[in-house]
Design a protein around this ligand. Structure first.
Ligand SMILES: [Zn+2]
Length: 237
């Protein structure tokens, strides 16, 4: 059980997957969060509002510290790749860096963005980066170029406006037992306070869906995902 969570910006893992990360840790899984950038330009609005004359470097420092505290609240390591945001660019070197990272960690499951996001130029780019790196690390076409691992299962986590991103959830994770940890992680993200209430409400709403689908009445909070590869199983049950 090894869970790799890759977000374009340093706050993405908190809003979209914090409960699932904490749940995986509770189950004894090894986890790693990767922030491709600090979201210093596109997702740090409140920091820029506080002080428009601030430097990009000082925003990065604050965002690093906030995301590190959020990761600590979830008991997971985090790595910052500092690719820059808005726009984030994908180069051969970056694909190689991500491929090597996936090969080193050998995740069984990867969580990342949805394929489309008409409001955010970096999220689909992160999806493409993960898609390419995942394929390269599992031997697609270049068996000798990179270390080969078993192809990890991968999911998209829920974007901010799911319908407009073509996000159709097919998996709900019950995060009831770790919702306090998700709240604690969200509280660390001072740059985006307005999102805390929104994502607590979303977890409650997704739990309503999960209860109705499964009959599991104990689910109070859930996170939604969309699987990117078919499930392979030996039994229909
Ligand atoms: Zn983002």
């Amino acid at each position: 059980m090894k869970l790799l969570v890759i977000g374009a910006h340093s706050g993405d893992f908190v809003w979209r997957a914090a409960g699932t990360i904490a749940k995986a840790r509770e189950e004894g899984a090894e986890t790693l969060v990767v922030a491709l950038s600090y979201g210093e330009r596109g997702e740090s609005g409140e920091l820029w509002k506080e002080d428009p004359k601030r430097s990009v470097e000082s925003v990065k420092v604050i965002r690093h510290e906030q995301a590190q505290r959020a990761a600590d609240a979830l008991d997971t390591p985090i790595q910052f790749l500092d690719w820059g945001d808005y726009p984030m660019l994908l180069t051969d070197a970056r694909v190689e860096q991500l491929t090597n990272l996936i090969g080193d960690f050998e995740p069984t499951v990867i969580l990342t963005h949805s394929e489309r996001d008409p409001f955010n130029p970096d999220h689909p780019l992160a999806f493409q980066a993960v898609q390419r790196a995942r394929l390269l690390s599992s031997g697609a076409g270049v068996p000798s170029a990179f270390k080969n691992i078993d192809p990890p299962v991968w999911y998209s986590f829920e974007p901010h406006q799911p319908e407009l991103c073509g996000f159709v959830p097919d998996t709900f994770i019950d995060i009831t037992s770790v919702m306090d940890q998700k709240r604690a992680a969200m509280a660390c993200m001072g740059a985006q306070t307005y999102l805390r209430d929104y994502y607590a409400e979303l977890a409650s709403r997704r739990a309503n869906h999960a209860r109705r689908i499964s009959g599991q009445k104990q689910i109070q909070f859930a996170e939604a995902y969309q699987r990117q590869v078919p499930r392979v199983t030996g039994s229909i049950f």
